[in-house]
Design a binder for this molecule. Sequence first.
Ligand code: CA
Length: 361
Amino acid sequence: MKRREFLKVAGAGAAATAIAAPAIAQSAPELKWRLTSSFPKSLDTIFGAAETFAKAVAEATDNKFQIQVFAAGEIVPGLQAADAVSNATVEMCHTASYYYFGKDPTFAFGTAVPFGMNQRMVDAWNYFGGGIDLMNEFYKKFNIIAFPAGNTGAQMGGWFRKEIKTVDDLKGLKMRIGGFAGRVMAKLGVVPQQLAGGDIYPALEKGTLDACEWVGPYDDEKLGFHKVAPFYYYPGWWEGGPMLHNMINIGKWNELPKSYQSIIQSASHVANTWMMAKYDAGNPAALKRLVAGGAKLQPFSQPILDASWKAAKEVYDETTKASADFKKVHDSYMAFRNDQYLWWSVTEYAFDSYMVRATRA
Ligand code: CA
């Protein structure tokens, strides 16, 4: 019997409601998901992006789709968040793709690569330059689909116990820096170290560590590095616009109604904007406090930047030869970057550089 005829026969309102209800329930089911963050609650901006995302999803679904956010270590350690998504321990995570550089260097392009793009450019590549699709084609190998969900903006070059005047000053320096950037630094003689956030301060204090990179003023201030390693360098050329991602298990994603898939993407946009704006709003005051508290703010010298650029190029050449996946994303990303800087060199750069001078005069 056709549905319309059945309704006509059934007639009464109660029966019609009984038939309609399952269809409504299916398009907006009650769902509870778990999201594991790669970050501790104390990093309220980067951790807060996941909470902001989950709140936006709950509000848009009248609380039917609830995503509970767990801090790093509550379900799995921060650096295993993507693994927990791959094997469906959790439905999704909020993480930095480059943490998984050791599995495959292609992961680096999801977050940031040395001398890569700034935050605006990274957004443009992801949303309009094919970045999201290229990365999702790669993430598929790990049962993951991912969407941009936050950015720190250009990071600082980190904290050094001693002044770094020449390229030679980097030789033998034990620095907390990981992944792709660590590989580039190693070419300059730096000895890269992997340390969790809480272990950095005591190592700098004891002198078993000479330098560290973290994020920027707002987060760095909380860890107090300026008290033990006062030379605060910029820019963090390995992280010009590091992007965070919501990574979702593909099987779980495919089970979602289209409306929930759409809401997840919209709420990821919300987190992406929220996180960058919060860092931009908080960094100036934090920087002033750090300098007042003894931080010695210094730019990396031109020879150091040039040597780093050359070393990064060597690592890119080696890695594009070794990995077809890496090369595919690399070629798209770098062509996009070069065009972006062509455009940036005109009005964005001219405007910003004039404004820097004018507002400081
Ligand atoms: Ca960093």
